[in-house]
Write a protein that binds this ligand. Structure first.
Ligand SMILES: Cc1cc2nc3c(=O)[nH]c(=O)nc-3n(C[C@H](O)[C@H](O)[C@H](O)COP(=O)(O)OP(=O)(O)OC[C@H]3O[C@@H](n4cnc5c(N)ncnc54)[C@H](O)[C@@H]3O)c2cc1C
Length: 295
């Protein structure tokens, strides 16, 4: 692998200090968190920042905290912390489903949720998870804090609405009653990026109907990751195999995969169909078994 272009390095001591360093060094500076995406890009000279602002000492961005109807996760929370958190899996089993498949322990020990979302790679698993959980993102800049919904974070592949002088500080997932979620991924070998993956979150109503649903797909070129027509087909209906099949059929129709070394376009469409069915079935099953275990 190549050697990166020369750069300067500063280690931030606090969030305010990090923001001050970004303001000082301007557009040529980049935040570095786990470095698992940025450093390979620098080695390949796809990115050549003049300054790296290291935020790894900002322990105030590592929290995983239940706060009323929200789970608040600091942008510097590592993959491994999300994977091992009981509070996360208790409310959002989709996160553990996804984290189990992300890379390997080396990457999971350092890589962060904030870095994953800010990298905006279309094959990134946590982006789909955050779409499905309807996450809100807290972003801090020189003029204070703003909150944006997940659907406004990504402007396109590798592009986000976090400005060069801003830092993503927190991810918030709404906690909802009678709800659960699931993620499943097909990869060529353990630790690989997705050939295709799907995630779903469902809320069941008092009569057992699917009151609310979010369905997302990874790495199959779906606009904004969200399978809108599949969601519309499922919302308000009683769960059934026929319903999951219809949602899968629509997801396969609406996605726009590219054939590559991971599989042909037709194979990826087939996966979009099958994986959509599976995550719906699993998420609904999880709500039902949670309701049963409480009853
Ligand atoms: C071998 C390998 C396999 C992988 N496999 C997978 C996989 O299967 N699935 C998957 O989803 N991911 C995978 N990844 C990516 C992994 O999840 C990375 O950890 C993640 O993409 C980036 O997190 P990071 O903390 O390392 O970010 P960094 O590399 O430090 O940063 C990435 C980008 O985000 C910016 N950034 C970081 N934090 C912030 C912040 N708080 N505010 C603003 N900007 C910020 C940086 O400036 C940079 O532009 C893999 C990585 C490797 C190396």
């Amino acid at each position: 692998m190549q050697i990166p272009a020369a750069f300067e390095y500063a280690r931030a001591e606090s969030l305010d200090h990090a923001l001050q360093l970004l303001a000082e060094h301007g557009e040529e500076s980049r935040v570095i968190a786990g470095g698992h995406s940025l450093l390979p890009m620098m080695k390949l000279r796809i990115a050549s920042p003049e300054w790296l602002i290291d935020i790894n000492d900002l322990s105030e961005l590592e929290h995983i905290t239940e706060d009323g109807d929200w789970l608040r996760v600091g942008a510097l929370a590592r993959h491994v912390s999300l994977l091992e958190s009981d509070v996360v899996v208790g409310h959002f089993p989709i996160v553990r489903d996804a984290e189990k498949t992300i890379a390997d322990p080396l990457v999971r020990n350092r890589g962060t949720i904030g870095g994953s979302l800010c990298q905006a790679d279309p094959a990134e698993d946590l982006s789909t998870v955050c779409h499905v959980l309807r996450a809100e993102l807290v972003i801090r800049g020189p003029n204070g804090e703003r909150t944006v919904p997940m659907k406004e974070l990504h402007r396109g592949p590798y592009e986000t609405s976090v400005e060069p002088n801003e830092i993503l500080t927190e991810i918030r997932w709404p906690i909802r009653a009678r709800s659960s979620s699931a993620y499943t991924k097909v990869e060529r070998r353990v630790g690989d990026w997705a050939t295709a993956a799907a995630g779903a979150s469902v809320t069941l109503g008092a009569q057992g109907q699917i009151e609310d649903v979010a369905i997302g797909l990874t790495a199959v070129g779906l606009d904004g990751s969200t399978a809108t027509r599949s969601q519309d087909a499922v919302r308000g209906q009683q769960p059934s195999e026929d319903l999951y099949a219809e949602a899968g059929r629509l997801a396969a129709e609406d996605c726009n995969p590219m054939g590559d070394q991971r599989g042909t376009e037709a194979y990826k469409r087939h996966l979009a169909d099958e994986l959509t069915r599976r995550v719906l079935r699993t998420a609904v099953g999880r709500v039902m078994s949670n309701a049963g275990s409480r009853g």
